[in-house]
Ligand binder design. Structure first.
Ligand SMILES: C[S@@+](CC[C@H](N)C(=O)[O-])C[C@H]1O[C@@H](n2cnc3c(N)ncnc32)[C@H](O)[C@@H]1O
Length: 224
């Protein structure tokens, strides 16, 4: 039933570990239209979805979408900031798609502070930041989350990328190349990812004017 989804959301959906989600819940933070939860439930990749949205209208939109598809009893919708009011359980998959990197970091900080490490280690975070992904990757490293996979796609002429993070408790530093281009993406020889990186070169070329770390990286990549 992935026809409901844009190419961007399809990439996010593909990245959900189906073995994990079949055992646990899919929690969609910033659910808006509710299409991701709709696909997860109608495809049977989970028995239960939790959807949250900070705004009332999108939360109602999600609820209506899932009710219209006769999924009552298989979901709960909360109008809340991030994961506030929701306790994570082993085998949960938390999806945050279409949100800014700063919002994702603040949602993760709030939930990390009140969740046992033993539980966190058994939760996948499927993250598709719209911006600030370099800072998000650094945040994940500092807070002991491995980036276990990444992907990128072109959707209506725009590049989108995403990552799956899993808590280990071991913090690490990223190299500038990993921080700006993605630790898994830099190992890929996929044509779309190569194009995505060329696109990033052009953006970073401009940003490097006020950023010595990026400037050195651009010089090393022979972009400058
Ligand atoms: C651009 S839409 C993305 C919708 C969907 N996740 C997708 O990828 O297509 C962002 C949604 O996240 C919601 N949102 C923004 N900040 C949020 C937060 N801190 N907690 C929950 N929802 C949030 C917005 O109200 C909006 O409905």
């Amino acid at each position: 039933m992935t026809d409901f989804l844009s190419d961007r959301l399809n990439m996010v959906y593909r990245s959900i570990d189906k073995d994990r989600s079949r055992k646990g819940r899919v929690i969609d933070v910033g659910s808006d239209h509710g299409l991701l939860a709709l696909t997860c439930l109608t495809d049977g990749i989970t028995d239960f979805c939790i959807c949250t949205d900070i705004h009332k209208m999108p939360a109602q939109r999600t609820e209506k979408c899932l009710e219209d598809h006769c999924l009552t009893g298989k979901f709960e919708v909360f109008c809340t900031d991030g994961l506030k009011g929701i306790d994570l359980k082993p085998d949960d998959t938390v999806v945050m798609a279409g949100l800014g990197g700063n919002t994702i970091m603040s949602v993760m900080t709030e939930v990390m502070e009140r969740t046992d490490h033993e539980v966190l280690e058994q939760v996948d975070f499927v993250l598709q930041p719209q911006k600030t992904s370099d800072e998000l990757r650094v945040f994940l490293g500092k807070n002991g989350f491995d980036i276990i996979s990444e992907d990128a796609v072109v959707d209506r002429d725009l590049f989108y990328h995403m990552m799956v993070a899993r808590f280990t408790g071991y913090s690490y530093d990223l190299t500038p190349l990993e921080k700006y281009y993605g630790p898994c993406l830099i190992k890929s020889d996929n044509e779309i990812i190569k194009k995505f990186h060329s696109h990033l070169d052009e953006i970073y070329k401009i940003r490097s004017r006020g950023n010595p770390e990026l400037r050195k990286l651009m010089e090393d990549r022979h972009v400058l």
